[in-house]
Design a binder for this molecule. Sequence first.
Ligand code: IMP
Length: 198
Amino acid sequence: MKLKTGDTLILATHNQGKLEEIQTLLSPYGLNINSSGNLGIEEPEETENTFEGNALLKAKYTAVKTGQISLADDSGLVVPALDGMPGIYSARWAGPERNFAVAREKVNTLLEDKPRNAYFLCVLAITWPDGSSKVFEGQSHGEIVWPTRGEGGFGYDSMFVPSGDTRTYAQMTKIEKAQSSHRAKAFKLFQETLLDVY
Ligand code: IMP
């Protein structure tokens, strides 16, 4: 199943930044993009224990509520030396205040002198009104560094140096980050599979 010009796509998020980022990525395709946040649809609780499970849960929930094609993403930082944590709990490690300085400090403290390789992972899930779904995954591998470096980005960006670079994601422009980011890779697969012009 393909997407075509004029299709409506509801993004399952209340995050205005995410909506704008995805609207920019999809701007060449003539889709009508809106979000569950703008439509006043609540976000379901992320009760699954995988990125894919949570992305599908959000996309399916929004497709049922709106009757429209719905797109959700779930992402996070996976640190093998911490048994994959923070993983699906990446946002939750920042607490209700969304304090990512605390979350970054926690990752660094737990790591001590353990191996610092890590990766970001993003799963995109799209669900059609008939319930059928597809998922796309992107990963970005690199290293955790301390102290943090850079003022840009968000979340764990300032403690992550992608392989092949010496700068953290927080020291890069959005365009530079998109050369290797997990989200950009997942979107590339999404675009190649579901959209005709790319
Ligand atoms: P969610 O996908 O909205 O559930 O949030 C995932 C969490 O993972 C975010 O709040 C960030 O903390 C973290 N995360 C995901 N992608 C990135 C990234 O590109 N840079 C930094 N942190 C990220």
